[in-house]
Design a protein around this ligand. Structure first.
Ligand code: ADP
Ligand code: GLC
Length: 493
C-alpha cells in the first residue's frame, strides 16, 4: 500500500509543535508495518539550508490567483528519514526566514492562504501521479488546515486515492476572507455552506472535513469533544453530521528520540529500574543551567516544569495566577521554557524577576532545554483548557516526571489520577500515573498541585507512581495499525 503523507512541518527539519513530531514518527511507524510512505512538505528556506543535495523529480504547473506557477518537486534522502521526502519548491512563497506560518516578528504571513492552497494543490496533483513517476498513492493523508484543501482538489478526480484528514487542533481553522477566496480564484463550486464557506469566510480546515473520506483526530476523547459547542468552534454541527467518518486515534511518541536511557540531549541517563541518581543529576544540571545553585535544599525541593507554546489553550494563565500562593505555602520551585503570546511571556519574566531563585524562565524554543526540563523536573504542568492529544505529558510519563493535567482530550485519555484505593488512605490505585483535575481554574490547579506536593513527600507512593508512569507504552505500533485499517479501500468506521 502506498501513502502520500502531507504536512506543513516535520521534525527535525522544521517544527513549531506536536504536529511536527507526529509527522515524523507516524510515517516511520507506518513504514515499519510495511506501508510504502512518502512524506511531502513545502521547501521552506530553513529546510533547504539543512540539505546537502536533492534530486529534481519534475515541474508542476499550478494555477492560482490568476497566475501560473511553475513549481519544482524535489526528492531528498535524509539520514534521519527512512523514506524519501518530497519538497514543493516555490521560492516566491516558501523561500523566506521565519517559521512556516509567521514572520520573525510574530505576525502571520499575509499570503498564507495562497501558500497553503498552492502546497495543497501540488499534493493533490502528486496524489494523481501528475509527474508520471509510476508512484500513485492509494491514500493521501493530510493534517490540519494547512493541507485541508488537498481533499477538495482531489474531489473531481476519477480513480483518486482515499483521502484521510487528521485534525490535530480544531482551534486553528485556516480562516480567510471571501475576497481572498476570489483573489485566489478557487473553484466556485466549493463555495457553499456544504463546502468551504463558514459564516461568510472560508475555512481550509472545513474543506478537509467536508471533502475527506475519513477524518481522524488525535485522541478518542477529543473526537467526542469536537462534536459539542464547547470545543467545536462552530464546526460541531458539521462534525457531528459526519460522525460516521470521524475517529479518534491516540498519538504515539517516538520512543527513540524520547528515551531517558539513551536521549543524546541529556547529560545523564536513567531507567525505570534505576532512576536515581540519573534523574537527580539532571535536576542539578537543570537548576544550574538556569543559574540557580543546586544546593541540598534546592535538590530536595519539588521542581515543577512546563514546556509549552505560551497560548491560552495551554492554561499558562492559571499557573501564573496560582504561583504566588504556592510559593508562600510550599517549598516548590518552577521552571518554564516557552514562547508565544507576549502577554504571557512578560508575566512569566516578571515572576522570574520577583523570585529569581524559585521561578526559572526561558523565553525560548529549544529542543535541548525541553529534554533537560523533562528529565530534571519532578512534575510537569499541563493544565490545558483543551488538548487534542498532547505529547508533553507522554514524554513526562516516560521520564518519570509526573504530569499534572486538566481532564480533557488526550490528557484525560493518557493520565490516571493518583486516587487512593477505596476505603484506604495509604494505598494508591495501581494504575495511577499523575494528577488530574476537572475544572480548568487556578483554584482547582492550586489544590491539585498541593495534593501532588503532599504525595511527593511520601517517597514510597511517589516511587510507585513514577514506576507505573515509566512503564506505560505509548509507542506507535497500535495506533499505526488503526490508521492502516482506515487506509484500506472499503473500510468504513
Ligand atoms: P502542541 O502541539 O499543542 O504545542 P504537544 O504537547 O502535542 O502540544 O507538542 C508540543 C511539542 O512541541 C513537544 O514536542 C514539545 O517539546 C515542543 N515544544 C513546545 N514548546 C517548546 C519550546 N519552547 N521549546 C522546545 N520545544 C517545545
Ligand atoms: C496539536 C495539539 C496537540 C497534539 C499535536 C499533535 O498541536 O494541540 O494536542 O498533541 O497537535 O497531534
Amino acid at each position: 500500500m502506498k501513502v502520500l503523507f502531507a504536512s506543513s512541518e516535520v521534525w527535525p527539519l522544521i517544527k513549531t509543535g506536536g504536529l511536527g513530531d507526529v509527522a515524523y514518527s507516524l510515517p516511520h511507524a507506518l513504514l515499519e508495518q510495511g506501508i510504502d510512505v512518502r512524506l511531502i512538505l513545502p521547501a521552506y528556506r530553513g529546510v533547504l539550508q539543512q540539505l546537502d543535495s536533492f534530486k529534481i523529480l519534475g515541474w508542476l504547473s499550478l494555477n492560482l490567483a490568476g497566475k501560473e506557477h511553475s513549481v519544482r518537486i524535489l526528492e531528498v534522502k535524509h539520514e534521519k528519514f527512512a523514506m524519501p521526502i518530497w519538497l514543493v519548491d516555490c521560492q516566491q512563497l516558501f523561500d523566506r526566514a521565519g517559521n512556516p506560518y509567521a514572520h520573525e516578528d510574530g505576525y502571520d504571513w499575509p499570503d498564507n492562504a495562497e501558500r497553503f492552497s498552492l502546497f495543497s494543490q501540488a499534493v493533490a496533483k502528486l496524489g494523481m501521479d501528475a509527474l508520471k513517476l509510476n508512484w500513485k498513492p492509494d491514500v493521501v493523508h493530510s493534517s490540519d488546515w494547512q493541507t485541508g484543501l488537498v481533499s477538495a482538489f482531489l474531489d473531481n478526480e476519477v480513480d483518486r486515492p482515499k483521502r484521510v484528514f487528521t485534525i490535530h487542533n480544531l482551534a486553528y481553522g485556516g480562516y480567510f476572507s471571501h475576497e481572498e477566496y476570489n483573489r485566489l480564484q478557487l473553484p466556485i463550486q466549493w463555495w457553499s455552506a456544504e463546502g468551504v464557506e463558514f459564516y461568510g469566510n472560508f475555512s481550509m480546515l472545513k474543506a478537509g472535513i467536508i471533502y475527506s473520506d475519513v477524518i481522524t483526530t488525535v485522541s478518542p476523547s477529543y473526537a467526542k469533544e469536537i462534536c459539542t459547542p464547547e470545543f467545536g468552534y462552530g464546526l460541531e454541527g458539521v462534525l457531528s453530521h459526519r460522525a460516521y467518518k470521524l475517529k479518534g486515534i491516540l498519538n504515539g511518541i517516538d520512543t527513540d528520540a524520547w528515551n531517558p536511557q539513551t536521549d543524546p540531549l541529556l547529560p545523564y541517563h536513567y531507567s525505570e529500574k534505576r532512576r536515581n541518581p540519573g534523574k537527580q543529576k539532571n535536576k542539578q544540571a537543570l537548576l544550574e543551567a538556569n543559574g540557580v545553585a543546586a544546593t541540598k535544599e534546592n535538590l530536595a525541593a519539588p521542581l515543577l516544569g512546563m514546556v509549552s507554546r505560551l497560548v491560552e489553550q495551554k492554561g499558562v494563565d492559571m499557573i501564573i495566577e496560582a504561583i504566588p500562593q504556592l510559593l508562600k505555602s510550599s517549598n516548590a520551585n518552577f521552571v518554564f521554557i516557552g514562547k508565544g503570546h507576549p502577554h504571557f511571556e512578560a508575566q512569566l519574566l516578571q515572576l522570574n524577576e520577583q523570585y529569581p531563585e524559585r521561578v526559572m524562565v526561558s523565553i525560548d524554543y529549544s529542543e535541548e532545554k525541553a529534554h533537560l526540563l523533562e528529565a530534571g523536573s519532578d512534575m510537569f504542568l499541563m493544565p490545558s483548557r483543551f488538548e487534542p492529544c498532547g505529547l508533553n505529558q507522554l514524554y513526562s510519563l516516560r521520564y518519570g516526571t509526573l504530569p499534572i493535567v486538566h481532564r480533557t482530550g488526550g490528557l484525560a485519555d493518557t493520565v490516571v489520577d493518583a486516587q487512593f484505593k477505596k476505603g484506604s488512605k495509604t494505598a494508591l490505585i495501581e494504575t495511577a500515573t499523575g494528577f488530574v483535575f476537572d475544572e480548568p481554574t487556578a483554584n482547582e490547579l492550586y489544590k491539585t498541585i498541593q495534593r501532588a506536593l503532599t504525595l511527593f513527600q511520601q517517597k514510597k507512593l511517589w516511587n510507585q507512581l513514577q514506576r507505573t508512569a515509566m512503564q506505560q507504552d505509548f509507542s506507535w505500533d497500535k495506533s499505526a495499525r488503526e490508521y492502516i485499517k482506515l487506509y484500506t479501500p472499503m473500510e468504513k468506521l
